[in-house]
Design a protein. Structure first.
Length: 421
């Protein structure tokens, strides 16, 4: 298992790597290739609960080759080089162990290669994402830095799609799992013949139970909440504009997270005349974030190209209605029974419809309750145990893919999506 990001107790991609490894070790002898800097957290978790059949192999680039990497700076180049080095480690290990199957888990990015595809072993790729694109009309809502970063993302994907090793990964995959339909289409263009849409996100059963105990707060103020890194594409600016337009009396908008857009968002709240009703909590621990979620009524997540959307899933588990855009991963999670999916044609249209959804939920506590009641059962489909059962089935199908059962891996997208979502 190739899991560059893999760490216990975290969400996002580190959580994907860790939880996928845990679940698959219930069925198979699993060897996980991950970064050396994950070692302390992984071994501390395994010290408390030994898991037979789960082995970790730690690898990092030599210190002289990574001195220039600082935080997110240079992470794409570092990851690419890590994949190259990991291949040679895995090749030596394959001679000793004799692997039956390779599963690339993280990074969850379709336009970066998995060099383990060079091994003479069937490869499952994903779920991977990144094929989602911001509608062009929304670029005008970005800061200058945001526009530059969005342009660089587009260039990075364009280059990645032309990388011969990315195309080799696509061709060598017995199955490529895509987080969204947009990514699935891009995988097909790369030459992948067997694809399924399967969300990469999930929650442990204990997390779902914990969130299910979050009773809705009584009385006023009504609290809308947005959670995530404050980045140009997360749509917080759209949420603030909609909140100002909705003019819901005795309401607050909580923003949990930090990032380069915080100053711009604070200035926008001031300009919109809502600064006294917008609370920036900054970056909080996961436990504190979930506690704050329990003190709010409605999740607002108008992200513009999210492959996953953990916060939407957490809101569903907590019984909170979700307002999102009809884009990417959140659009696959949210239905009319549990929230509002807003079409994203242009910023003004989206803001107007986001505000309308806010007004409807503010005016009708019964609607909030009905949508919240529908969210908890829906979140159960994302339980990691169920995802592990799905992956186990896929593993056995992959092993048979070179025989008459190959077509089983190419079954309908919705069959795979609904079995896990």
């Amino acid at each position: 298992m190739s899991a560059y990001a893999c760490e216990p107790g975290l969400g996002s991609e580190p959580g994907v790597g860790w939880n996928t490894a845990l679940e698959m070790a219930r069925y198979h002898d699993v060897w996980v290739m991950t970064r050396a800097n994950n070692r302390r957290a992984v071994e501390a978790a395994l010290r408390d609960t030994a898991i037979p059949g789960l082995h970790f192999v730690y690898y990092d680039l030599p210190r002289w080759a990574c001195w220039w990497k600082r935080g997110q700076r240079g992470v794409q180049v570092f990851y690419y080089l890590w994949q190259v080095g990991a291949y040679f480690v895995a090749r030596r290990l394959h001679r000793q162990v004799g692997f039956d199957l390779i599963h690339h888990v993280t990074f969850v990015r379709y336009w970066m290669p998995c060099f383990l595809a060079l091994l003479p072993v069937p490869l499952i790729w994903g779920p991977v994402g990144g094929g989602e694109t911001t509608p062009k009309a929304f670029w005008r809502t970005f800061s200058f830095e945001g526009k530059v970063c969005e342009a660089l993302r587009e260039i990075g994907r364009w280059l990645g799609e032309r990388d011969p090793f990315v195309r080799l990964t696509a061709r060598r995959s017995v199955l490529a799992m895509a987080a969204t339909e947009e990514t699935q289409e891009r995988l097909r263009r790369l030459g992948t013949t067997r694809t399924r849409v399967v969300s990469q996100i999930g929650l442990r059963a204990a997390e779902i139970d914990q969130l299910a105990r979050c009773a809705s707060p009584d009385g006023t103020p009504l609290r809308f909440v947005g959670i995530g890194r404050l980045l140009w594409w997360k749509g917080f600016q759209l949420g603030l504009r909609a909140f100002a337009l909705a003019r819901v009396k005795a309401a607050e908008f909580w923003i949990i997270g930090d990032g380069p857009e915080r100053g711009r968002l604070a200035a926008a709240a001031q300009a919109l005349g809502i600064a006294d009703r917008v609370v920036f909590w900054g970056r909080l621990s996961r436990a504190e974030t979930l506690r704050k979620l329990g003190q709010t009524h409605v999740m607002v997540h108008p992200s513009l190209h999210d492959s996953g959307g953990w916060v939407c899933l957490e809101a569903l588990a907590a019984g909170r209605p979700v307002i999102c855009l009809d884009l990417g991963g959140p659009a696959n999670q949210i239905s009319s029974e549990v929230g509002f999916k807003i079409p994203a044609h242009d910023p003004d249209q989206a803001v107007n419809e986001l505000a309308k959804a806010m007004r409807l939920l503010a005016a009708d506590p019964g609607l909030r309750e009905r949508m919240g009641d529908g969210g908890a059962p829906r979140s159960q489909a994302y339980c990691w145990k169920r995802k592990g059962e799905l992956f186990n089935t896929i593993y056995w199908q992959a092993m048979q893919s070179s025989t008459s059962n190959a077509d089983a891996l190419g079954q309908s997208t919705h069959a795979a999506t609904h079995s896990c979502e």
